[in-house]
Design a protein around this ligand. Structure first.
Ligand code: AOF
Ligand code: ZN
Length: 380
């Protein structure tokens, strides 16, 4: 199963919104075949290994990190459960059920009904983590949101003049681009575009995929000369804005291929009880998240700036954070930190983090954690 999980991870960035799935076929203690789901719309992991094995599959044991699929509306490839039954596979080991509500247990039930011995929940925690994006998206319809920031050891994301190039090391920059490769959408606020003029595409040594670029720009301030509008990218750009966008700017942006989403603004104070209320006049991020989900975007990487990250936190939309901490000190009362906004008043109201992990990346430290919303009631 460990091997299946490892193989599955090779599909990162290519299979969304499908889960990452790897499979291994074993007979008499020998490896018959192995494979993984390589791209969305392509053959499933189980289909790959059964095809490679041919008649050798009869009597073999199949390991797959996600339960085999069954037929359901909108499916693009033949259901794996049927193929497994036909192949004569003897036993099936799965790490987790398919989070897709169309399947969720039906694959296992179908195999068992056909007399196949199925064992589940093998390396379940690792499997859930590997497919955290798919689990969130398939169960809620909203994208999995990762907040990524690079900061100095004293918690600053830029100097007091706004200079931020580059706080993190080349190793960490590569990590940032790997994240862009894995996530289907990347979001920044207009402040970041005006300050840094980023390209917002994926730049890796091996070919990666560009995330859909989402720009949060309530007032429609995006300059037509912005690099992100000129840079070559296979992915589209979405301007998340409001009726404040001028007609002339809208036409010019449409002409450049930008998709314009006019979203409602927050008119009353929404936000979890424990958080400072969201300010009126900001784009309704719940609406944005719903719309991204409906557009099939299963994951959103939020890269800042600090006003945007504060808004995302306050709306309770953030699932995970990853902070890259660089060995430098910046200082300054007015130099920004990762989360801006008003902030909370009392420590007891702080957002809680769980499942924390820490690792070294060159000279930097990567601090990763999940938001813990247990025990918090939404007051909206
Ligand atoms: C599997 N093995 O390798 C993957 C599965 O549209 P399709 O044909 O790709 O089918 C989508 C369904 O298959 C959906 O339920 C998704 O969660 C699951 N993905 N299932 O047996 C695989 N990628
Ligand atoms: Zn399948």
């Amino acid at each position: 199963m460990r091997r299946a999980l490892k193989l599955a991870a090779h599909g990162r960035g290519w299979v969304n919104p499908n889960p990452l799935v790897g499979a291994v076929l074993i007979k008499d203690g020998k490896l018959i075949s192995e494979g993984f789901h390589q791209r969305y719309g392509g053959p499933h992991a189980e289909a790959v290994v059964l095809e490679k094995a041919g008649s050798e599959a009869r009597g073999a044991d199949l390991y797959a990190n996600v339960e085999p699929c069954v037929s359901h509306p909108g499916k693009r490839t033949p259901p794996c459960a049927d193929q497994i039954i036909q192949s004569g596979v003897r036993r099936v080991f799965v790490a987790m059920r398919d989070p897709d509500t169309h399947v969720n247990g039906r694959g296992i039930a179908q195999l068992r009904a056909a007399g196949i011995d199925v064992q589940e929940s093998i390396l379940a925690a690792e499997a859930q983590k590997l497919n955290e994006i798919s689990v969130k998206y398939k169960t809620t319809g909203k994208p999995f949101v990762l907040l990524k920031m690079a900061m100095s050891a004293d918690g600053k994301i830029a100097t007091r003049t706004g200079n931020s190039k580059y706080i993190s090391s080349p190793d960490s920059l590569r990590y940032a681009h790997e994240l862009r490769d894995r996530y289907t959408a990347l979001l920044v606020g207009i402040g970041t575009v005006l300050a840094d003029d980023p390209q917002l595409n994926t730049r890796l040594d091996c070919p990666g995929h560009d995330p859909v670029r989402v720009l949060l720009d309530a007032q429609g301030r995006l300059p037509l000369e912005a690099k992100l509008l000129q840079s070559k990218s296979s992915a589209k750009t979405i301007l998340a804005t409001t009726d404040a966008l001028s007609k002339a700017k809208e036409e010019a942006l449409l002409h450049r291929g930008v998709e314009i989403w006019k979203l409602p603004i927050v008119t009353n104070n929404i936000g979890a009880q424990h958080a400072a209320p969201l300010q009126s006049g900001q784009i309704d991020l719940h609406e944005l998240a719903d719309r991204l989900g409906k557009a099939g975007l299963d994951s959103l990487l939020v890269e800042g700036g600090s006003t945007v990250t504060a808004s995302f936190l306050q709306t309770g939309l953030v699932d995970k954070i990853t902070f890259v901490i660089a060995p430098m000190l910046i200082g300054g009362q007015t130099a920004p930190s990762p989360i801006g906004g008003l902030g909370i008043e009392k420590i007891e109201d702080a957002f809680r983090l769980k499942d924390i992990s820490l690792r070294a990346l060159g000279q930097d430290i990567v601090y990763e954690a999940y938001l813990d919303y247990t025990g918090l009631e939404d007051s909206s």
